[in-house]
Design a protein around this ligand. Structure first.
Ligand code: ATP
Length: 428
């Protein structure tokens, strides 16, 4: 196996360590009980009966998608051999905000599976019409269907006061066969990390969804090691040095038994070995890859912050990034002045200095920065000093990607001079 430049890759089957690949049953570790439950719940489909709805819950990376995916795949094949059409309609709610978008996503997923046009536009028509199109496609092309709604708890909808969007969706889908909107058998499987998910469901949705629960616990270090061991044939026979597998499982066990993290790290270490043209995966590749993953995680956290927190972080990071003073620590009075300048420039609300400091201090709980209290000398009072643990420029770039701070990024030279003027004033 050669890469783009003709060098030998450490991988022979990289797909095996891709997170979304549905692996064969013999590679699945420690999930016998869950497999058995899902199989027994879905068996009625094969006899033309209605299977129950299901709630698969447990921490991230514990095999929920894998198990439901593996079983439904088998059912598709068994149905095909009998000339029946079993539809698996699988969506992930993470990027979806509203009920309307979720229904559109379901339409698109079905249309893609059967190879036709969605037949409704994304905007400009009612959610009801999208439901109608969904049912129409399903009735035309499938004899029975399962909806798999991953990360269901994230489908909250826009208005906090209303019934959550996930509750409405579960209500509609789980009663679609009772109301004859879908002619064949329908089952809904909701996947969530939240053990209290059912507590927030509306009463009528709860009674029509009424799921059978399947719990997915964390993996221990041995299971993680076995999961990786079962995929070592993703790599060339001689491409893994002995310490790699134990080290990857040890790192993953520290991340609360998440198999996805273990597999990501395994693949990441291999990619790094390939990038370096090393021909073998070694301990240093694992360690470096783990550092990259940690860095990515903190950047992801930033995406979830409110606009005001992003502006506070952006102003603070710009001081650390553009400072021509020795060290890159940020005195809070300077950070606040720059924050005021930025809010003026983009015409955003301006918080008080206390709120600004509170927001930035909060970021230390995510490990993005560290804080310490400093004195300004006799009679000068106290202030906070912020120090970044990661690269402040990478944080700035991540923030401008998705907020209106973009216009500030075009004025980098000006921002730089504001930062240094404020630092000069502070230090004088
Ligand atoms: N028991 C297992 N044996 C082998 N591989 C596993 C096992 N459990 C999970 N994996 C692998 O770990 C990765 C994550 O698993 P999966 O997506 O099923 O987790 P999940 O519980 O659905 O997570 P999330 O809640 O984050 O969606 C996948 O690549 C999957 O193949």
């Amino acid at each position: 196996m050669l890469d783009d430049e003709g060098k030998a890759s450490v991988f022979v089957d990289r797909d095996l360590v891709e997170p979304d690949t549905i692996i064969d049953e013999e590679r699945i570790v420690g999930r016998d009980e869950q497999l058995e439950s899902v199989v027994s719940f879905l068996k009625p489909t094969l006899q033309g009966n209605r299977p129950p709805n299901m709630l698969l819950y447990g921490p991230a990376g514990t095999g929920k998608s894998l198990i439901i995916g593996a079983v439904t795949q088998q059912i598709i094949e068994l149905c095909q051999s009998k000339g029946e059409r079993f539809g698996v309609v699988d969506i992930n709610c993470q990027p979806i905000n509203t009920l309307d978008q979720a229904v559109f996503e379901l339409v698109q997923t079905v249309a893609k599976d059967i190879g036709v046009e969605a037949g409704v536009p994304e905007t400009g028509v009612s959610t009801k019409r999208k439901y109608r199109r969904l049912y129409e496609l399903i009735n035309e092309h499938y004899d029975s269907v399962i909806f798999i709604i991953d990360e269901i708890d994230l489908l909250v909808g826009r208005q906090a006061s209303e019934e959550p969007a996930y509750s409405k969706l579960l209500y509609q889908l789980s009663r679609a066969s009772n109301t004859n909107e879908i002619e064949g058998q329908v089952s809904v499987a909701a996947l969530t990390n939240d053990p209290k998910f059912m507590e927030n469901i509306d009463g009528r949705a709860e009674s029509s969804f009424n799921p059978r629960d399947i719990y997915f616990p964390d993996y221990d270090a041995n299971q993680l090691r076995q999961i990786l061991d079962n995929r070592r044939d993703a790599f060339r026979d001689d491409a893994l040095s002995d310490d790699v597998l134990p080290l990857v499982s040890a790192f993953a066990a520290q991340s609360h038994g998440d198999a996805r993290k273990a597999i990501d790290l395994f693949r990441g270490a291999g990619d790094l070995a390939d990038e370096c043209g090393d021909g073998e995966v070694r301990e240093e590749h694992v360690r470096e890859s783990q550092q990259e993953i940690d860095k990515d995680r903190s950047l992801k956290l930033i995406e979830g912050l409110t606009t005001q927190k992003k502006i506070s972080l952006y102003a603070t990071a710009s001081v650390a990034n553009f400072s021509s003073w020795s060290g890159s620590s940020v005195p809070s009075p300077v950070g606040f002045k720059v924050y005021q300048w930025v809010t003026d420039e983009i015409d955003a609300d301006q918080m008080t200095r206390e709120t600004y400091v509170k927001y930035v201090k909060e970021l230390s709980t995510y490990g993005l920065i560290s804080t310490s209290r400093k004195g300004r000398g006799r009679g000068g009072g106290m202030y906070m000093e912020f120090t970044f643990t990661g690269d402040p420029e990478a944080m700035m770039n991540r923030i401008v990607d998705d907020t209106r701070l973009g216009s500030i990024a075009d004025q980098e030279a000006l921002l730089q001079s504001v930062v240094n003027a404020q630092l000069k004033e502070f230090h004088s």
